[in-house]
Design a protein around this ligand. Sequence first.
Ligand code: UDP
Ligand code: MG
Length: 318
Amino acid sequence: MTKLAIVVPCYNEQEVLPDTNKQLTELLNGLVDGGKVSEDSFILYVNDGSRDETWSIIDRFAHEYGAVQGLKLAGNVGHQNALLAGLMTVKDEVDAAISIDADLQDDIGVITEMVDKFEAGCDIVYGVRSVRKTDTFFKRFTAESFYKLMIFMGAKSIYNHADYRLMSSRALDGLSQFKERNLFLRGIVPTIGYRSDCVYYERKERKAGESKYPFGKMLSFAFDGITSFSIKPMSYIMGIGVFLILCAIVFAIYSFHSYLTENVVRGWTSIVLSLWFIGGLVLFSVGMVGQYIGKIYMEVKERPRYIVECRETGSGNV
Ligand code: UDP
Ligand code: MG
């Protein structure tokens, strides 16, 4: 039977934790009773250096409930790192781990479906938001533009999927081989490989507390996502450079023509020409240098070049 861990990163979540814990423990008990997951499955709350009562609440739950555990990080390291800490802690203890935000905006009702898909052979099951009725227009617009931009900029990512997903222990093992400091989990996970699937749900409103991702933080998160996965922006800059140089050639013909046929102001031809040409050349060179820096960047990440799924020697029954 599947041994499951539910990993929940928590940063200043004292308002939502009691309710979250009630819902999650009820769900887990249901799964255990229904024979879906093993009895030693558990919930792990990761306290990401909260400044409120979050840890004392987690600590209390860990003593009160058999299936609840807590992990306290020494300081605030951010959502992605806190999540990784939790996942890496449970990686060798369980068959599969589900990560979910503490505010339960993501529907826990689909966890059963996730486990089913895991048992059917999927190593990664993505929770995907099918509708965002409850999000404000602004949040929905910015979030959806973010996913589109990510894809345009060449970062692998699953549309409308946040960090609500199930990963098998070997997928977590794959994840542990990504050594980068700049963590953007939703980009890394699809590059691991293995069979994956999606489950769909409606995103709910945050019940209490505040969003820890205000607009500014979301922007920098998007920027991080793009710059840690793709060197395409550099190629775009190079492209603009080439375009400007082409413009310079067109201008050369035009201004030379004007120089010969009309009475243009002295100096205009040479200024206009050098302006476009040098501009183009500078951008092209910056883009070119960027390509090298991009390569160095990809190298220093030391990502795994491949992850082996299995080896078949065929030396079974003769
Ligand atoms: N979180 C964290 N460390 C941080 C910020 C956030 O562990 O520095 C957690 C937070 O407790 C929550 C999750 O990350 O469980 C997502 O945050 P939030 O729900 O505020 O983001 P939103 O849903 O508004 O994008
Ligand atoms: Mg949230």
